[in-house]
Design a protein around this ligand. Structure first.
Ligand code: F6R
Length: 606
């Protein structure tokens, strides 16, 4: 996964490319580069490290007036994050240069083949194989479109590639397979980007490229062709309705903090248009489908945790058996998928390679698929039989927060929707649950500043732990997993989420006075059981920070009081508390919260 951009139009391209890359830095930030054509020569500037290094280099070394160019911000897959491996990558003859997001799986065979023809390679990347293969076909076919067609027939894997070529002045070409690429259509200017914020200040008109399509841009025209026959394809222009402000920090220190605070609004937005006047759940996307006999939720990371949470509610409220699968395991384990199983692919980005592979596996088995996704126009949204958007707005922080909140709301709505259809819930029960969901948005809004202040207080005490546990039962178990994931990914403190009752089967051996436990001990039906597990930890001198509804509930080293809410609604308080805690620990340790090391936002590789 990486971020790529392209620009052609009436403005100087270099500042626009850098601006676009800054909006995509969440996708990768270990090196960056741009290429543009000036005085009939392709100029390339690259720098290892964050985009700021490239900006500095550009500012000190060059003055430009190029009106078109391409850019890249990298999350390393093939080769270390050095300047040599940074994109763009030219061919040996220096006639063309490309930026690439994705992985060319057969790059080793292709590299050997090219080497045998005399080609040499300056980097360790699979991308340089693409640029030289394209160059090779161009030298034979003498036409860039045919050369692209031949190249696409040979390369295997995922790619979004943007190309400039010396023989095609004032033009940009792009191809895509299984990696996102969107065309922004402006007035006398065109953009290519891995994600919409990169061009949103300049145009709201977007064209989502599909697999196997080639885009051809000049400063006054755009065209999309099929790579099969090179014939033009009619494409729909989508108007982007959300605001750029949604993709900016708006005065917050980090995107993550802003996005935690946005969660009450996210709950509103998720419910918007989905509740009828007579308090029923409306999911018209699903009305024409049969009720699933069973559900498989396939997801990764935070989305997987949301799926585990959803399993509890769906099984409880609408009595449909649910299994939740880590997508990277599901796709390779030849799962038995009985007829009538519906696969829910759950993904914020809609671009996660493993989740998409899980979806495709389900389709190969002739199962119905439903995508739950935040990003409009993503691959998941186009490949699933039905798509239900989570409507959280753009999530910029690498660590996912508000997207999970929106997934919980949508999964809750699924449970109520099928409960309505199966009559496992009365109209009154559905209406009460909806009212509770609507109310929680309001009460959460009021509660968040206090949660934040408490998180700051507790973070000071726990920020120097080397390792810790997160414990929860029932609906709080997936939240414990999520709390631990948030802490480790942004603060680099080792943290493990456990089902509280599972601790005694081994992990409790790790407990001593320096190994604290964050226990989710709110008043639910399993509270007494959780309390016993906490006592077991305390008996081994373990320090406990307990999230509780009443200070008298439990006697622990630290108690963090949060408001009581009915059943599953409590999760909408617990989740932001865990997120604030991880945020404050990481921030107090001076970590780069929005761009944690080794990570990137959407994982489009396996
Ligand atoms: C954690 C995080 C990741 C993602 C995972 C799946 O904060 O962001 O664990 O949840 O990579 O991503 P999506 O939901 O886009 O499929």
């Amino acid at each position: 996964m990486c971020g790529i951009v392209g620009y052609i139009g009436h403005r100087p391209a270099v500042p626009l490319l850098l601006e676009g890359l800054s909006c995509l830095e969440y996708r990768g930030y270990d090196s960056a580069g741009i290429a543009f054509v000036q005085a009939n020569k392709i100029h390339t500037v690259k720098a290892a490290g964050k985009l700021a290094n490239l900006e500095e280099k550009v500012a000190t070394q060059h003055s430009f007036n190029a009106m078109y160019g391409i850019g890249h911000t990298r999350w390393a897959t093939h080769g270390k994050p050095t300047e040599e491996n940074a994109h763009p990558h030219a061919d040996n003859a220096q006639t063309l240069t490309i930026v690439h997001n994705g992985i060319i799986e057969n790059y080793e065979q292709l590299r050997d083949k090219l080497k045998s023809k005399g080609y040499f390679f300056l980097s360790e990347t699979d991308t340089e194989v693409f640029s030289n293969l394209l160059s090779f076909h161009y030298s034979e076919k003498k036409d860039i479109l045919t050369a692209l067609q031949c190249t696409m027939q040979e390369v295997e894997g995922a790619y979004a590639v943007v190309i400039i070529h010396k023989d095609y002045p004032d033009q940009i070409f792009a191809v895509r397979k299984s990696s996102p690429l969107i065309l922004g259509v402006g007035q006398g200017e065109y953009f290519l980007a891995s994600d919409i914020p990169a061009f949103l200040p300049y145009t709201r008109s977007a064209v989502f490229l599909n697999d196997g399509e080639i885009a051809k841009l000049s400063s006054n025209s755009w065209e999309v062709l099929s790579s099969t026959d090179l014939k033009a394809i009619t494409k729909e222009i989508t108007t982007i309705t959300w605001d750029l402000q949604a993709a900016q920090k708006s005065g917050y220190k980090h995107f993550m903090l802003k996005e935690i605070y946005e969660q009450p609004q996210v709950i509103h937005n998720c419910l918007a248009g989905r509740i009828s006047k007579d308090m029923k759940v409306l999911l018209p996307e699903l009305d024409s489908l049969d009720i699933p006999k069973q559900i498989r939720i396939v997801a990764c990371g935070t989305s997987y945790h949301a799926g585990l949470w959803g399993m509890h509610l769906i099984e409880k409220l609408c009595k449909i058996p649910v299994q939740v699968e880590i997508a990277s395991e599901f796709r390779y384990r030849e799962p038995l998928l009985p007829e009538g199983t519906v696969v829910f692919a759950l993904s914020q980005s809609g671009e996660t390679a493993d989740t998409l592979a899980g979806l495709r596996l389900a389709k190969e088995n002739n199962l119905q698929t439903i995508g739950l996704c935040n990003v409009v126009g993503s691959t998941l949204s186009r490949e699933a039989d039905r798509i239900v958007y989570t409507q959280a707005g753009p999530e910029m922080s690498v660590a996912s927060t508000k997207a999970m909140c929106s997934q919980l709301v949508v999964l809750f709505l699924f449970a109520l929707y099928y409960g309505q259809r199966k009559n496992t819930l009365s109209a009154k029960e559905v209406s009460d649950y909806i009212t509770d969901l609507e109310n929680i948005a309001q009460t959460l809004e009021e509660a968040l500043p206090k949660f934040h202040a408490d998180a700051k207080h507790f973070a000071k005490k726990y920020a120097h732990a080397k390792s810790c546990f997160y414990l929860g039962r029932g609906l709080s178990f997936p939240l414990a997993l999520e709390g631990a994931l948030k802490l480790k990914e942004i603060s680099y403190i080792h943290a493990e989420g456990y089902a509280a009752g599972e601790m005694k089967h081994g992990p409790i051996a790790l407990i001593d006075k320096d190994f604290p436990t964050f226990a989710i001990a709110t008043q639910d039906s399993l509270f007494a059981k959780t309390k016993s597990n906490i006592l077991e930890v305390q008996a081994r001198n373990g320090k406990i920070l307990a999230l509780v509804n009443d200070k008298n509930d439990i006697d622990t080293e630290d108690t963090w009081l949060i408001p009581k809410a009915k059943d599953a609604l409590s999760s909408f308080y617990i989740l932001p508390a865990l997120q604030f805690f991880a945020y404050e620990v990481a921030d107090s340790l001076g970590k780069d919260v929005d761009q944690p090391r080794n990570l990137a936002k959407s994982v489009t590789v396996e």
